[in-house]
Design a protein around this ligand. Structure first.
Ligand code: FAD
Length: 321
């Protein structure tokens, strides 16, 4: 089956996000010997074309327009529909990010193709891509494919292994003019939250705190450990509800779903709704003073103790090394 595969690259702070690099690896697998085309929008599109090519794209199409400088559903969907070929079998891969989740149903509906969201792995059987995605809040997985040839998939960050950067790869680059009109929303300003550095869903290391941290101040030792490890700080809903931290940090069924290489849970009991957001992390370390805490059921390393002793101790050792 012929698949021309497209990847919409997302950018953050002027560079391509790691989930888009992972999307390129997924696209390469789906495409086989057929072409993979990256798409980049906005003022930093041209300067990021090479990164897309070095990570698997054969060609990159860029477009810039005032309406593409900040993401809006109208702007991006109109531009995408102009860039994608008409009446040809295609697969479009987008990261399962806030933008991907917003854009993908609209584009799939406009084109009239199937949509499979939040995929964590894929295989190609007899030329047909089969996608695996979690269901029932991560307790089970289902395999899906498209009924038609064309389709759109969103991939969960941190699950598909990116292709190593190959600086010897060269590809075609084309810049297209897009006509965007009737934008119904205007982004006037983007305000960054203090401390909102690493995106939780893309972080390789997460140090998460629960109600056991006891106060906003109690997050300090966790922040210090995350800092030493180069990771991000997350939280349980218990900690958010108690006002110890912002809801942007919440991990779980009604928060962010994360799959870092290392997840350190400190003072988190391990309620089912929290596990739904982190239990597929590669290595889980749990620190809890209650040896019966359910978080220990999913932990690879179990530390029974007071987090205010254990966490600074680990930080000190890492700093000394
Ligand atoms: P607790 O359950 O109170 O646990 C605190 C833990 O800290 C305990 O295990 C205790 O032993 C330990 N502890 C205390 N002091 C220390 C110390 N000094 N050192 C070490 N350990 C210590 N929760 C989420 O996290 N994410 C979600 O997305 C989410 N969605 C939900 C959706 C619904 C519809 C519902 C009903 C609930 C949801 N919840 C979610 C809430 C969830 O059920 C739990 O209430 C919540 O996860 C508990 O947070 P916690 O583990 O921080 O607090």
């Amino acid at each position: 089956m012929t698949h021309h595969v497209f990847v919409l690259g997302e950018m953050k702070d002027g560079t391509v996000r790691s989930v888009s690099i992972e999307a390129l690896a997924a696209a390469r697998k789906i495409a086989g010997n057929h072409p993979v085309t990256g798409i980049l929008f906005g003022e930093h599109a041209n300067e990021n074309s090479d990164i897309m090519i070095q990570h698997g794209a054969d060609e990159v199409i860029t477009a810039d327009h005032q309406a593409l400088r900040q993401y809006t559903t109208d702007g991006y969907s109109q531009a995408l529909l102009q860039v994608l070929p008409d009446n040809q079998p295609i697969v479009l891969v987008i990261g399962h990010t806030a933008i991907g989740k917003d854009l993908s149903p609209r584009v799939a509906a406009k084109i009239g193709m199937g949509l499979i969201t939040d995929i964590v792995s894929l295989e190609v059987v007899n030329g047909k891509p089969i996608f695996t995605r979690p269901i029932y809040a991560g307790k089970a997985f289902e395999k899906k494919t498209f009924k038609e040839t064309s389709g759109l998939v969103t991939i969960r960050p941190n699950n598909v292994e990116p292709l190593p950067k190959d600086q010897s790869r060269h590809g075609k680059k084309s810049h297209v003019q897009v006509n965007i009109k009737d934008i119904r929303t205007v982004v006037k300003d983007v305000m960054k939250k203090a401390g909102g550095g690493t995106d939780l869903s893309e972080a390789k290391i997460i140090v998460a705190g629960g109600r056991g941290v006891k106060s906003a101040e109690g997050f300090k030792p966790l922040e210090e450990l995350a800092d030493v490890l180069g990771g991000a700080v997350g939280a349980s809903r218990g900690a958010c509800d108690a006002g110890y931290c912002d809801y942007a940090l919440q991990i779980g069924q009604t928060g962010k779903v994360v799959t870092p290489d290392l997840y350190i849970a400190a003072g988190i009991s391990g309620a089912i709704q929290h596990l739904a957001g982190m239990s597929h992390s590669r290595v889980i370390v749990a620190i809890n003073k209650d040896p019966e805490a359910p978080i220990f059921d999913v932990a690879d390393y179990k530390i029974v103790g007071d987090l205010f002793d254990v966490v600074p101790h680990i930080t000190k050792h890492l700093k000394d090394d």
